[in-house]
Write a protein that binds this ligand. Structure first.
Ligand SMILES: [Zn+2]
Length: 480
């Protein structure tokens, strides 16, 4: 397992990462609140943690990556009211759209997307514990966290509770002891989805969902909590206060990772400001790899400013340099024979390929510095363009060596994935094995089995067509 350093927002320092239980790493990321279509700011957070998990797995860690879904929330209820839609139905619709966008964007690393509404028993139990331990109080059907009982509240963000101006964002609520006390359980309001509780019908507050889920999945402490920088206060402060008070264990997480916000001309991208660029639209226009490249060509903690008509256009142009080089070499590799093994590649270039891969891993081992990794990919491309012998003179082994840095990019950054011929031929061999089994089923008139194989292949995105005795196949199908 590679050693790596990671910046922690709570200690405001970059430290060597040590897993709580090697080689496992628990990664919890605040995921979507499915009240609107995703914009490119959401994509930045998702791609950041996708790349983190991919790198950690490459280095031998066993990552359990969780992104919760806040499928019950004020904004969701408000939007449902505006559109006359049941908020839970509205949520499901946006969750499905989110998964579609994540598939297109190549965000493949998340193990589990728990929905808040599936954890109501855990939420109720954690609130009960907080009341019993004196950290929370019930008032008029709601339950609040008493932040005066948790003196280190504010340590993560450096914001103190008294800095919260009463009435600024939180409307006064009868029964609350202090304006900054936050809600754990909200008493039912007519027309809203509600659940039964010891304090009467109501619904969970936002912050309690995360810690009810994380304590359930990871226990009292875990390795990394991630999210957008805008969640640091009050959301993540509240999480620390809830979990540490409920479990008695501290710290809740060893590393807090916060992703710099995506802004448009310096302003946070948000529905309420009206400066939103849809994630799907950006993917439609530029393709998923250019969108990933745009995010990753900056350090994850930096703010990233999006300039309409310029940012993704420039990313597309820069990315083309890399993708053309990778594409040329992959095409040559697809047709090269293995026979020309030998000294067809200058040793210096072969060594440089290996040291570039090492430099790429090292860039990521320094607080996931993807921008430095991309710089190393450009250096490698320049070097290839200057020193590469004619591609058709190279053996498949040599081509594989010089593809190394690009294959690294595909594995870790999820860019330059291409459509490698080698993968397709491996898939083809596997499909042929399955089709032979289906042909045997048909030969013995077991048409039910033959149909089952056909529909399971279709579900996997492989369409087969019987043409007389022959069966052809292709990638596709109604859902792809
Ligand atoms: Zn959260």
């Amino acid at each position: 397992m590679r050693r790596f350093e990671l910046y922690d927002t709570l200690s405001r320092s970059t430290r060597l990462f040590v897993p709580l239980v090697p080689p496992k790493i628990g990664l919890f990321v605040c995921g979507l609140t499915p009240y609107a279509d995703a914009h490119i700011g959401h994509g930045k957070v998702a791609v950041t943690f996708d790349v983190v998990a991919r790198a950690l797995r490459r280095w031998g860690y066993r990552v359990f990556s969780v992104q919760n879904v806040t499928n019950i929330d004020d904004r969701l209820i408000a939007r449902g009211g505006e559109t006359g839609t049941d908020p839970l139905v509205l949520a499901d619709r946006h969750i499905a759209a989110w998964h579609g966008a994540m598939d297109r964007l190549g965000v493949t690393s998340v193990n589990y997307y728990p929905h808040a509404t599936d954890y109501v028993p855990e939420i109720l139990a954690q609130i009960q514990t907080l009341i019993e331990k004196g950290f929370a109080y019930a008032a008029m059907g709601s339950v609040y966290y008493d932040i005066a009982k948790f003196p280190s509240y504010g340590a993560l963000s450096g914001q103190k509770a008294d800095a919260l101006r009463p009435g600024a964002r939180v409307p006064p609520e009868p029964g609350k002891r202090a304006p900054a006390d936050f809600v754990l359980w909200k008493a039912a309001t007519p027309g809203e989805p509600t659940w039964e509780s010891p304090w009467g019908p109501g619904r969970p507050g936002w912050h309690i969902e995360d810690t009810a889920i994380s304590v359930r999945l990871f226990g009292a402490r875990y390795d990394i909590h991630g999210g957008g920088l805008d969640l640091k206060f009050p959301h993540h402060e509240a999480e620390i206060a809830q979990a540490e008070a409920a479990t008695g264990a501290s710290p809740l997480v060893n590393f807090w990772m916060h992703v710099g916000l995506l802004t448009m001309k310096g302003e946070k991208m948000s529905k309420s400001v009206g400066n939103v660029v849809g994630l799907e639209e950006a993917i439609d226009e530029f393709g998923p790899e250019v969108v990933r490249f745009f995010y990753l060509n900056a350090h994850y903690r930096s703010p990233l400013d999006y300039v309409p008509g310029r940012s993704l256009e420039e990313s597309a142009e820069a990315f083309r340099t890399l993708s053309q080089s990778a594409g040329r070499i992959r095409a040559a590799a697809a047709s090269a024979g293995p026979e020309r093994v030998g000294d067809d590649l200058p040793a210096e270039l072969a060594n440089a390929a290996a040291s570039t891969v090492e430099a790429l891993d090292e860039a990521m081992a320094q607080d996931f510095h993807s921008r430095e990794a991309i710089a190393a990919l450009f250096q490698w491309t320049t070097r290839l363009n200057e020193n590469l012998p004619a591609l058709d003179s190279l053996s498949s082994e040599s081509l594989a060596a010089i593809l190394g840095p690009y294959e690294w990019a595909a594995e870790v950054l999820g860019i330059l994935v291409g459509a490698p011929a080698a993968d397709h031929s491996t898939l083809g061999a596997a499909v042929e094995v399955i089709l032979a089994a289906r042909a045997r089923a048909r030969a013995r008139s077991d048409f039910a089995e033959a149909d089952r194989i056909r529909s399971e292949l279709a579900e996997a995105g492989i369409v087969i067509e019987d043409d007389g005795a022959a069966t052809r196949w292709h990638l596709g199908g109604p859902d792809r």
